[in-house]
Design a protein around this ligand. Structure first.
Ligand SMILES: Nc1nc2c(ncn2[C@@H]2O[C@H](COP(=O)(O)OP(=O)(O)O)[C@@H](O)[C@H]2O)c(=O)[nH]1
Ligand SMILES: [Mg+2]
Length: 334
C-alpha cells in the first residue's frame, strides 16, 4: 500500500472491510476513490478500486433482477382472504376466475394460457376476497413459486374437469406434484405439521354441463368425497357459482364485525372489521384502535340482521374474552 494515504482514506477503507451489504461496500469504495491521491504511486490502487467497484455493480444489478422476478411470482394480499386456484390444464380455472371476479384472465381451449399468477377480487356481500389464478399444476411447467403461493394462501380451490375421462389422473397428478413440494391439500382445517404444511381445500367440480359430467361426478365423489367438500359448478352456464362463493367464504373462517358509537345507529353499509373466527371483544378492540387494548372498560353486543348465530344479542354487556360471531355489532366503552 502507498505510504501517503490520508487518515480519511484509511477510515473509508476500514468501513469497506466492515461493510455487510453490497450497497455499503459500493459507497465505501466510491469514497475511497474520491479520497485517493491521484499520482503515479497510486495508479495500481486506483485500477484495483475501479475493478472492485465494477464487480459490485454487476452483483447489485443481478440481485435487483432476481428480486424483480420474484415480485412477479408473488401476489400482494388484499381483502378478507387469499384463495389460490389449482388444477391441471384446461379444467376451467380461468373461466371460473372470470365468473367470480371482475378480472379478465386469458381463457383458451389450448393448455397453458396462464403463465403468471393472476389476482382478482371476488365480491362476497359487503367484503372482497382475493382469488389467484395460476398456471396449470403440470409436470411440464411446475415451478417452486407455484407451491409457495399455495403454501402462503389461506385456502385452495382445487378444480376438477368433469368434461374429461382423464379427470381422476389429472387430480392425482396435481396432488402428487404439490406433495412433492411438501404441501398437502386437505378438506379439513387440520393442525399444521412441520413436514408438510396442510392447505385447507375445497374441490370445485367444473364443467357440470358437459355430457359425461354426471358419470364423472359420481366417480369424483367416490374417490374424493371423503377428503374434500365437492362443489359441482359450471363456469359456462353459471350453475353452482353462488354455492362456490358461499362455501369459500365459510371455509375462510372469518367473521365480520360492525362497530357503533354509543347512542348512535350502526351503519351496516360501512365496511366491517374482518377477524378470524374465535376472535374476542379484545381482538376486535385491538383492530379498531390499539389504544383500546388498555383503555377498554366494557363492551355491548347486538346481533345484526346479518347474523346467523342462534343466540340473539340485544346490547348485553360482555367481557373482553367474549367470542364474537359473524355479523355482530360491537359498542366499545373506554
Ligand atoms: N363445457 C364447459 N366448458 C368450459 C367450462 N369452463 C371452462 N370451459 C372451457 O374449457 C377450456 C379451458 O378453460 P380455461 O378457463 O382456460 O381453463 P384453465 O386452463 O384451467 O384456466 C376453455 O375452452 C373453456 O371455454 C364449463 O363450465 N363448461
Ligand atoms: Mg388458465
Amino acid at each position: 500500500m502507498p505510504a501517503n494515504l490520508t487518515p480519511q482514506y484509511l477510515a473509508a477503507d476500514q468501513r469497506f472491510k466492515e461493510a455487510v451489504t453490497t450497497q455499503e461496500k459500493m459507497e465505501a469504495l466510491e469514497e475511497m476513490m474520491a479520497l485517493l491521491p491521484k499520482h503515479k504511486g497510486t495508479e495500481k490502487l486506483q485500477a484495483d478500486l475501479r475493478r472492485r467497484l465494477a464487480k459490485l455493480r454487476v452483483e447489485a444489478d443481478k440481485k435487483h433482477g432476481v428480486s424483480k422476478a420474484s415480485a412477479m411470482y408473488s401476489v400482494q394480499r388484499e381483502g378478507a382472504g387469499q384463495i389460490v386456484l389449482v388444477a391441471a390444464a384446461n379444467a376451467g380455472k380461468s373461466s371460473l376466475m372470470a365468473r367470480l371476479t371482475k378480472a379478465a384472465p386469458e381463457i383458451g381451449d389450448y393448455p397453458f394460457t396462464t403463465r403468471l399468477p393472476q389476482p382478482g377480487m371476488m365480491p362476497y356481500e359487503n367484503i372482497k376476497i382475493q382469488l389467484v389464478d395460476m398456471p396449470p399444476i403440470d409436470p411440464s411447467c411446475y415451478e417452486p413459486w407455484m407451491g409457495n403461493l399455495v403454501r402462503q394462501a389461506d385456502l385452495a380451490l382445487l378444480v376438477a374437469n368433469l368434461g374429461t375421462d382423464e379427470m381422476l389422473d389429472e387430480i392425482e397428478s396435481v396432488l402428487a406434484l404439490l406433495e412433492n413440494s411438501k404441501i398437502r391439500l386437505s378438506g379439513q382445517a387440520e393442525p399444521q405439521s412441520e413436514q408438510a404444511p396442510i392447505r385447507r381445500t375445497l374441490l370445485a367440480a367444473n364443467k357440470c354441463d358437459a355430457p359425461n359430467a354426471p358419470a364423472n361426478l359420481e366417480i369424483l365423489k367416490e374417490f374424493f368425497g371423503k377428503r374434500f367438500l365437492i362443489l359441482p359448478v359450471s363456469a359456462a352456464s353459471g350453475e353452482g357459482l353462488e354455492l362456490v362463493r358461499q362455501s369459500l367464504f365459510d371455509a375462510l373462517g372469518i367473521v365480520r364485525i360492525y362497530t357503533k358509537i354509543p347512542g348512535k345507529k350502526v351503519d351496516l353499509a360501512s365496511p366491517p372489521f374482518v377477524l378470524r373466527q374465535g376472535s374476542t371483544v379484545l381482538d376486535a378492540a385491538r383492530a379498531v384502535h390499539r389504544e383500546f387494548v388498555h383503555s377498554l372498560k366494557f363492551a355491548r353486543v347486538w346481533s345484526s340482521e346479518k347474523s346467523k348465530h342462534s343466540v340473539k344479542y340485544e346490547g348485553q354487556m360482555v367481557e373482553r374474552t367474549h367470542k364474537l360471531h359473524d355479523g355482530d355489532i360491537l359498542e366499545l366503552h373506554a
